[in-house]
Design a protein around this ligand. Structure first.
Ligand code: G1P
Ligand code: ZN
Length: 543
């Protein structure tokens, strides 16, 4: 086996975004593209000599090939050991757990999350640090810098490693441990939740559907829900990961998980519905006849987490991304715990979790998690809901109704405009940014603007500052609009507009969110002029 050095030169645009480097698969499979980026990770972290790493991905097209390349490059770099999921598979939260539980130095996750997979779709590579969480900005910047300076990469010439069965392998002196992707993760879930109580729920006739969307959580959900918790066989659907996610878009939201939503709104609805995304870190929660927004789910989980054994001692604090609705803030206030507002992206929760300042955190984009790992965790959220349902024995709708009555309801919706011309989108936000100082005090479409700024975050743990994290407009009556550009899109620019409006617990709690938010949407249009600037009549996706 020969370790070879290949001359290369920097490739434009290898800049990690909100969640790793995400590009069109066609881009990733170009010669040297993956190799350059992986070598740049190694270079940015001071090499992998003597280190141990975790490796796995969501099974999308090119996952298998990329895993082999990364193993050969880890061996060439002198890594001591790589722990890799069987078949090259690991959900993002399971990878995070393995990094932590095995004391690995880091992990490489192959995924473009909820983006479609296939030769004409998307691929991605994320690097996680020793705490199990996404590399913080300072590390991703170093990686980006390394991509611009690279002149060679190192790889060993070898046959593919057999990843089809668990066991020990060797590659040029490097140890490879192929592990069952589910086992350690399942053991962790058993420490957090009352499996007996949830089993009791199912044995009592409780029904659910979990839609794995042909993505990585299929095997996890089968083993845990149907295997360990006695959910009826067939409760988990689309459970076999496929390279193109069955031709679908593995994003658990009302648009892309439409079949689940339709089932849950129909006469044959089971008691509970849930879905997860490509790499298993997102979740969607649906009760019979009721969709639970991720922001509401975070708030309900925060208010009820103590019902699960892993959280019986209460929460240290909670955190949410700035654009997530402020429903959880109200819970934190009542519980008298701290609530942190961070920029978009799970990496910003890492320090708060590591420092023991927060136990639960979440994002409006279907991400919820806790200090059990350093990633959001789709199946974990489903299990926490199930644990709460097993204790309360109430329908999801009732739990939501009681929650809104106690805390009020934050009507909330996100409007996405996809594949915009980046120049047009940038100009639009620049124009709005320029007006921010003058907006407070103005009335727009009959609503008073109370505050207007661009969000910057000072990390209370390490003092780092993240700027330009979204424009926020505060309106009278505790309403709010946030504008920001996506950092995960692979085509043009995606503009996200987040609309929110608070209704007290004594008010109208069961309005259609679209109607309740229409006046806020009108202000967003007046302030930004999206229609005129982009020619778009309406958003591409409303969640
Ligand atoms: C999106 C979500 C964000 C999430 C990220 C990775 O990022 O908005 O909450 O952390 O995907 O799953 P965005 O495209 O908005 O930058
Ligand atoms: Zn994901």
């Amino acid at each position: 086996m020969e370790r070879i050095t290949v001359e290369t030169r920097p490739i434009e645009g290898q800049k990690p975004g909100t969640s790793g480097l995400r590009k069109k698969t066609r881009t990733f499979i170009q010669p040297r593209y993956l190799e350059n980026f992986v070598q740049s990770i190694w270079n940015a972290i001071g090499g992998v000599q003597g280190k141990s790493l975790v490796l796995g991905g969501d099974g999308r097209y090119f996952n298998d090939r990329a895993a082999q390349v990364i193993l050969r490059m880890a061996a060439a770099g002198g890594a001591a050991k790589v722990i890799v999921g069987q078949g090259g598979l690991l959900s993002t939260p399971a990878a995070s757990h393995l990094v932590r539980s095995r004391g690995a130095d880091g992990g490489v996750i192959l995924s473009a999350s909820h983006n479609p997979g296939g030769p004409d779709a998307d691929f991605g590579v994320k690097y996680n640090t020793a705490n199990g969480g996404p590399a913080p900005e300072e590390v991703t910047e170093r990686i980006f810098r390394a991509t611009r300076e690279i002149s060679e990469y190192h790889i060993v010439e070898a046959q593919d490693i057999d990843l089809s069965t668990p066991g020990a392998r060797q590659l040029a002196g490097m140890r490879i441990e192929v592990v069952d992707p589910v086992a350690d993760y399942q053991a962790l879930m058993e420490t957090l939740f009352d499996f007996d109580a949830i089993r009791g729920l199912f044995r009592g006739g409780f029904t659910m559907r979990f839609d794995a969307m042909h993505a990585v959580t299929g095997p996890y959900a089968r083993a845990i829900l149907e295997g360990a918790l006695d959910a009826p066989a067939g409760s988990v659907v689309n459970a076999i990961p496929s390279p193109d996610f069955g031709g679908g878009h593995p994003d658990p939201n009302p648009i892309w998980a439409r079949p689940l939503l339709d089932l849950m709104m129909g006469a044959q609805a089971p008691d509970f519905g849930a879905a997860s995304d490509g790499d298993g870190d997102r979740n969607m929660i649906v009760g019979r006849g009721v969709y639970v927004t991720p922001s509401d789910s975070l708030a309900v989980l925060a208010a009820n987490a103590h019902l699960a054994p892993g959280y019986a001692a209460g929460l240290k604090g909670v955190a949410r991304s700035m654009s997530t609705s402020r429903a959880v803030d109200r819970v934190a206030e009542k519980l008298r715990i701290d609530c942190y507002e961070t920029p978009t992206g799970w990496k910003f929760f890492g320090n708060l979790l590591d420092a023991g300042r927060v136990t639960l955190c979440g994002e409006e984009s279907a991400g919820t998690g806790s200090d059990h790992v350093r990633e959001k965790d789709g199946l974990w959220a489903v299990l926490l809901w199930l644990n709460i349902l097993a204790v309360k024995r109430q329908p999801v709708q009732r739990i939501l109704d009681d929650h809104w009555a106690a805390f009020g309801r934050n009507y909330y919706s996100r409007h996405d405009y996809e594949a915009l011309d980046p120049v047009v989108a940038g100009d639009m936000l620049d124009a709005l940014r320029a007006r921010l100082p003058d907006l407070p005090g103005q009335d727009v479409d009959g609503l008073r603007i109370e505050s207007a700024d661009e969000f910057a975050y000072d990390d209370p743990v390490d003092g780092s500052r993240a700027q330009g994290q979204g424009i926020r407009i505060g309106l009278a009556g505790d309403a709010r609009i946030v504008f920001r550009l996506s950092g995960t899109g692979t085509e043009g620019a995606t503009l996200r507009i987040y609309l929110e409006r608070f209704e007290p617990g004594t008010g109208a709690l069961h309005r259609d969110p679209g109607a309740a938010l229409a006046p806020i949407g009108a202000v967003a249009e007046s302030l930004s002029g999206i229609r005129a600037r982009t020619g778009r009549e309406s958003p591409d996706v409303v969640t």
